[in-house]
Design a protein around this ligand. Structure first.
Ligand SMILES: [Zn+2]
Length: 327
């Protein structure tokens, strides 16, 4: 067997330099806005075509202000290659389209806009990074409009990177909830996947859970794997990470080994079925539509893909399917 490179698991670097030192300079931000590439957002949806984001300029924003309530402007950063400033402009409608009760209503209402879930599988890595940043900020701002300390209404500041309480001058930073995600293997290099009852039929994925207060990532990996799949995880090794703004997570990905694969069993609540897969078994299961893999934009899919393609003869193309969120 010749050595070959499997699909990379390493997260690629963002195409945007966040230039955080510019956030304190309101005059500079206002100047950058004039030449910016701007993502228009409505209700956390992004201006987009079928498979890419749509950018507008400041003049277009001015024209749209007749129809949209100005929400927050988020300074996303400066493009590393094109040296362009990037912003997101988060709005709501002044007169939202009226619900006429037809099935097509949602589609018409958000014509020209797409949710990250709809877009995720189709955007390239650069646009996905921008979209994750914009949606993550929009989600956070929308749900943190009051000061956690005194309850007074807060205002967005520093290019949308914080909120400030005018009553007690406290600064509030966007919240990110860490969650671990684990590819469990046995000594024969099989992987263990689980099915959650809320998922579509036959969807199997890696195990995941939120990091609790006072817990290390490794402890969380060990706890989640035992709780959900009934096995002890050892040789825990960090793989990669991925922002996951649904609504505010970062996924920290690990692999781990269990020495007693036969003891794997679902917890019956969060996980209702577990299955071991060798590469050959996975190849056959995908070909027979006996498994639906997690969406291509997910780190779970990347972990499974990197494992699968690490051996000659097993290719990414064999793992087709599961590109969308719902079958
Ligand atoms: Zn306050």
């Amino acid at each position: 067997m010749s050595a070959r490179k499997s699909d990379s698991i390493t997260a690629s670097l963002s195409p945007i330099n966040r230039e955080s030192e510019l956030r304190t300079n309101a005059a500079k931000l206002a100047q950058l806005w004039k030449s910016a590439q701007i993502i228009h957002m409505v209700d956390s949806r992004l201006s987009a075509g079928d498979d890419s984001l749509t950018f507008i300029d400041a003049a277009a924003v001015t024209a749209l202000q007749e129809s949209f309530v100005e929400g927050d402007r988020f300074f996303l950063g400066i493009g590393r290659d094109d040296n362009q400033p990037y912003f997101a402009w988060h709005t709501t409608w002044i007169n939202p389209p009226e619900d006429d009760g037809t099935e097509e209503f949602e589609k018409r209402k958000y014509e020209g806009f797409k949710s990250l879930r709809e877009l995720g599988g189709t955007l390239d890595a650069d646009e996905l990074a921008l979209a994750m940043h914009a949606v993550g900020l929009a989600n956070w701002h929308a749900t943190h409009i009051h000061c956690a300390r005194c309850g007074a209404p807060t205002v967005s500041d520093l290019g949308g990177s914080v909120r400030v309480c005018p009553a007690d001058s406290t600064q509030h930073h966007p919240r990110t909830d860490p969650a671990v995600i684990v590819l469990v293997k046995d000594k024969d290099d099989r992987i263990l996947l689980g099915h959650q009852p809320i998922w579509p039929d036959k969807r199997f994925s890696t195990f995941a859970g939120f990091v609790e207060t006072g817990e290390s990532f490794e402890e969380c990996v060990s706890r989640e794997v035992f709780e959900e799949a009934g096995v002890y995880a050892t040789e825990i090794r960090y793989l990669t990470s991925q922002p996951w703004p649904f609504p505010a997570s970062i996924m920290i990905a690990f692999e781990a080994i269990t020495h007693r694969p036969e003891e794997a069993r679902p917890d019956g609540t969060e996980i209702t079925e577990v299955r071991w897969f060798s590469r050959e078994e996975m190849k056959k299961a995908v070909a027979a539509a006996d498994i639906l893999l997690p969406p291509t934009m997910s780190v779970a899919r990347r972990m499974i893909q990197a494992w699968y393609t690490a051996v000659d003869g097993y290719t990414r193309e064999q793992l087709r399917g599961g590109e969308s969120w719902r079958p």
